[in-house]
Ligand binder design. Structure first.
Ligand SMILES: NC(=O)c1ccc[n+]([C@@H]2O[C@H](COP(=O)([O-])OP(=O)(O)OC[C@H]3O[C@@H](n4cnc5c(N)ncnc54)[C@H](OP(=O)(O)O)[C@@H]3O)[C@@H](O)[C@H]2O)c1
Ligand SMILES: *[C@@H]1O[C@H](CO)[C@@H](O)[C@H](O)[C@H]1NC(C)=O
Ligand SMILES: *[C@@H]1O[C@H](CO)[C@@H](O)[C@H](O)[C@H]1NC(C)=O
Length: 313
C-alpha cells in the first residue's frame, strides 16, 4: 500500500466499509423475504388443528382467517357483529372445506374473557392471531379527541388488553403441546413519528414490546411469536380503498406477512413497508425537526378534511 497516500487509504477503507454495508443489507433482505420463507416454511395445521383470529370479519383479520383456512386450519372467528360473523364463517366453510366456530365478543368490553375461554376450552388451538384493533376516527390532538373517555378506553381495551388476555387464554395449551404460533398485529405507527395518533401508536408500542418479551420467554418452549407492524393496508380502518404498491390489499399483505412466520419475529410483514419506514426514519434522523413538521402538517390536513366531512353530515 506504499504507493497510496493517507487520503487514498482512507478512501479505500471507506469504500470497503460501504461495500460491506451494502452487501450485508442485500443479503439480509434476500434472506428475510426470499430464502427464509422457502427454508422455514411453517405448516400451520401441524401446530394444532384450530386457528383463532380476533377481529376476523373484515380487513386484515379476515384475510388471516381465510389464509389459515386455505392452509387447512379450522377457524375460530371472534368479532362483535353477529351477521358479519355468520357471513364470514359460511364463506370460509364453503371456500376451503374447513370447520369454523364463531364467538361473539366486543373487545371494548373487559368482561368477555371468561366467556371466550369457555367457548374455546375444548379446541386445540395451534395458531393465535391477535388482530383486533381500533384507531382514531381521524388524527387529533390528545386533548381534543371526541368522546374522550369512551374512545381512549376502547382503544386501550381492544389494542392492549385483548392481546394480553387472549394470549393468556390460548398459550397454556400451546406450551403443553410444545408448539404453536402467536401472531400479534401492531402497527408501523409505533416505530415512526406519529403525532395526532399518540394513544393509538402507544398502544401498538405495547404490542411490540409484549411480543418481544413473549418471544424471549417462550421460543424455547416451541412457540413462534411474531409481531407484525404494517404500514398502510386497504381496509375500512385505513379508509384506503384502491390498492397500490405502498398500500396493498389485506389479502396480498397477509400472504406476505404469513410467509415470514418462522423467519422474522418482528417485521413490517411487507417489503415495500420496510422500505417506506426506512426512508421515513432516515429523514427523521437526518432532519428531525423537518420530519416532525412534515408529518404534523400532513396529519393536520387529514384532520381538517375529516372535520369538514363530519360537519357536513
Ligand atoms: N389497515 C391498516 O392500514 C393498518 C395499518 C397498521 C396496523 N393495522 C392493524 O391491523 C389490525 C386490523 O386492522 P384493519 O385495518 O383490518 O381493521 P378493520 O378493517 O377495521 O377490521 C377490524 C376488524 O376487527 C373487528 N372489530 C373492531 N372493533 C372490534 C371490537 N371492539 N370488538 C370486536 N371486534 C372488533 C371488526 O369487526 P366489525 O366489522 O364488526 O367492525 C373487524 O372485523 C388492527 O390491529 C390495526 O391496528 C392496520
Ligand atoms: C367503517 O368504520 C367506521 C368508523 O370508522 C364505522 O362507523 C363503519 O361502520 C365501518 N364500516 C364497516 C363496513 O365496517
Ligand atoms: C422491531 O422492528 C422495528 C423496525 O425494524 C424496530 O424499529 C423496532 O425497534 C423493533 N422492535 C423490537 C421490540 O425489537
Amino acid at each position: 500500500m506504499a504507493q497510496f497516500g493517507y487520503l487514498e487509504k482512507f478512501g479505500i477503507v471507506f469504500l470497503i466499509a460501504l461495500l460491506y454495508y451494502v452487501v450485508k443489507s442485500v443479503v439480509n433482505v434476500l434472506y428475510t423475504y426470499i430464502i427464509g420463507p422457502l427454508v422455514n416454511k411453517v405448516d400451520f395445521k401441524s401446530q394444532g388443528r384450530w386457528a383463532l383470529v380476533t377481529g376476523s370479519t373484515d380487513g386484515i383479520g379476515k384475510a388471516y382467517a381465510r389464509e389459515l383456512a386455505s392452509r387447512g386450519c379450522d377457524i375460530v372467528l371472534v368479532s362483535r357483529s353477529y351477521d358479519k360473523l355468520m357471513e364470514t364463517a359460511a364463506e370460509i366453510e364453503k371456500d376451503f372445506k374447513v370447520e369454523t366456530r364463531i364467538v361473539l365478543a366486543d373487545f371494548s368490553d373487559a368482561d368477555i374473557y371468561e366467556m371466550i375461554s369457555k367457548e374455546v376450552a375444548d379446541l386445540e388451538i395451534g395458531t393465535l392471531v391477535n388482530n383486533v384493533g381500533v384507531s382514531y376516527k381521524y388524527p387529533e390532538y390528545f386533548l381534543e379527541i371526541a368522546d374522550w373517555e369512551k374512545n381512549i378506553n376502547t382503544m386501550i381495551k381492544a389494542n392492549v388488553v385483548s392481546v394480553t388476555r387472549m394470549t393468556r387464554i390460548v398459550m397454556p395449551g400451546m406450551v403443553e403441546r410444545g408448539k404453536g404460533v402467536v401472531i400479534n398485529i401492531g402497527s408501523g405507527s409505533s416505530i415512526i413519528p406519529s403525532p395526532l395518533l399518540t394513544v393509538y401508536a402507544s398502544t401498538k408500542a405495547y404490542v411490540e414490546k409484549f411480543s418481544e418479551g413473549l418471544e424471549m420467554e417462550y421460543s424455547k418452549r416451541g412457540i413462534i411469536v411474531q409481531c407484525v407492524l404494517p404500514g398502510f393496508v386497504c381496509s375500512n380502518m385505513s379508509g384506503i380503498r384502491r390498492s397500490t404498491l405502498i398500500a396493498p390489499t389485506a389479502k396480498a399483505f397477509v400472504k406476505s406477512a404469513i410467509s415470514l412466520v418462522g423467519t422474522t419475529s418482528n417485521t413490517t410483514g411487507y417489503f415495500p413497508h420496510t422500505l417506506f419506514f426506512y426512508v421515513v426514519n432516515s429523514i427523521h434522523s437526518f432532519a428531525p425537526r423537518f420530519s416532525v413538521w412534515l408529518v404534523t402538517r400532513s396529519m393536520e390536513n387529514t384532520r381538517r378534511k375529516a372535520l369538514k366531512k363530519y360537519k357536513k353530515e
